[in-house]
Ligand binder design. Structure first.
Ligand code: GZL
Length: 352
């Protein structure tokens, strides 16, 4: 795709010059010709990447993974656009990529809906679109070449199974669990999957889901939401944060309220469960029992996306959906394995 399209463009330019010179119009395009030194830049595969934003440690790790995968030394030119968590900015970025005739578009969609029109424009421009991280809910699945990301509902099932097993081992009755969900960006696949998984576990176990509040995957919102939850739900004893940055904010609010985060619910501690596990701070919070369990969310999509593009360059059709591998972390040493839908998953114990 890339080399043929570029070759066509170069041929067209030289063809135009030949016609004009032959016609004696005397107009010289010499100065417009790329000098030999620049011809190399024509060999680069151009990738337009529309990223959600920089709202979390996970997002920054994901951006870094993409930027280190697509370097000029490896033969790529990455055009990076940060959307500040606004879909309108992502749509504008995609249209800019189309105008610049990039070879590939990579989209990390902020939410699932609203992509049909702009992805159809990319298809009409013959530019393959690779979706990473969250998914797009489009009528025509041919509007994107493939998707790489996480099974968010499985992440939730693992974390909730961990809580279920923890309660059983500590002889905590399900009826004594009062849990609140600090949700991620509403309408994003990660929020939809993590919220759905929790709701199913609440129904199955008979826990009390006292509230669901938006946290937008940020520390500030996590702090604000937790402060309100502690005020309005005196029996709250588990906070389910849909990412680590919300959890960091929750820990600040728990301390500000004169409470203690931890797994000793009988002593009045408030358990914090989270997702991502990409920062040292999150792992340290596991070590000091501030966060009890983290469902890993793997941000390292760069090499996988590069492999897809290399395959496409060689006319190899990629898998339509590629799920990344993920673990579950805890510092509670007595619970080393969980079983979800008949499959066993080791719990990675974070040593003190
Ligand atoms: C999950 C990703 C989520 C992370 C958050 O793949 O979409 O968005 O869990 C991030 O940290 O903001």
């Amino acid at each position: 795709m890339h080399s043929l399209k570029k070759l066509n463009r170069i041929t067209a330019v030289f063809g135009l010059i030949a016609v004009l010179l032959a016609g004696g119009c005397g107009v010289s395009y010499e100065e417009d010709l790329p000098d030999p030194g620049q011809v190399g830049s024509e060999e680069l595969i151009t990738v337009g990447f529309s990223q959600v934003g920089a709202e979390s440690d996970w997002r920054k790790a994901n951006t870094e993974s993409m930027q280190s995968a697509f370097t000029r030394e490896r033969g790529y030119e990455l055009i990076f656009e940060d959307a500040q968590q606004k879909q309108s900015n992502q749509i504008t970025a995609i249209r800019t990529f189309i105008q610049r005739e990039v070879d590939y578009i990579v989209l990390a969609p902020v939410t699932e809906d609203g992509w049909d029109t702009v992805l159809a424009e990319a298809r009409d421009a013959n530019i393959p679109v690779i979706i990473v991280d969250r998914q797009v809910a489009v009528k025509d699945k041919d509007l994107f070449t493939c998707w790489i990301g996480s099974d968010f509902e499985l992440e939730a099932k693992k974390a909730c199974t961990w809580l279920e097993d923890y309660c059983r081992m500590k002889r905590i009755s399900a009826n004594d669990i009062y849990i609140a969900d600090i949700q991620g960006t509403i309408g994003s696949s990660a929020q939809i999957g993590r919220s759905k998984g929790l709701k199913e576990a609440v129904r199955k176990n008979g826990w009390h889901l006292v509230d669901e509040v938006p946290g937008e995957y940020t520390q500030a919102k996590g702090r604000e939401a937790t402060a309100r939850l502690l005020q309005s739900h005196k029996d709250l004893n588990v906070i389910y944060c849909e990412n680590d940055n919300e959890a960091f904010g929750a820990l600040e609010a728990i301390e500000a309220a004169g409470r203690k985060a931890g797994g000793n619910l009988r002593a009045g501690e408030i358990m914090v469960i989270s997702f991502d596990g990409v920062s040292e701070l999150a792992i340290d919070d596991l070590r000091n029992d501030s966060i009890s369990c983290i469902g890993e969310c793997n941000p390292l999509h760069g090499p996988r996306v590069r492999k897809v593009i290399d395959d496409l360059e060689n006319n190899i059709v990629p898998e339509k959906y590629e799920y990344v591998d993920e673990d579950i972390f805890s510092a509670f040493e007595d619970l080393t394995e969980i079983t979800v839908e008949g499959k066993n998953y080791p719990v990675k114990i974070i040593g003190k």
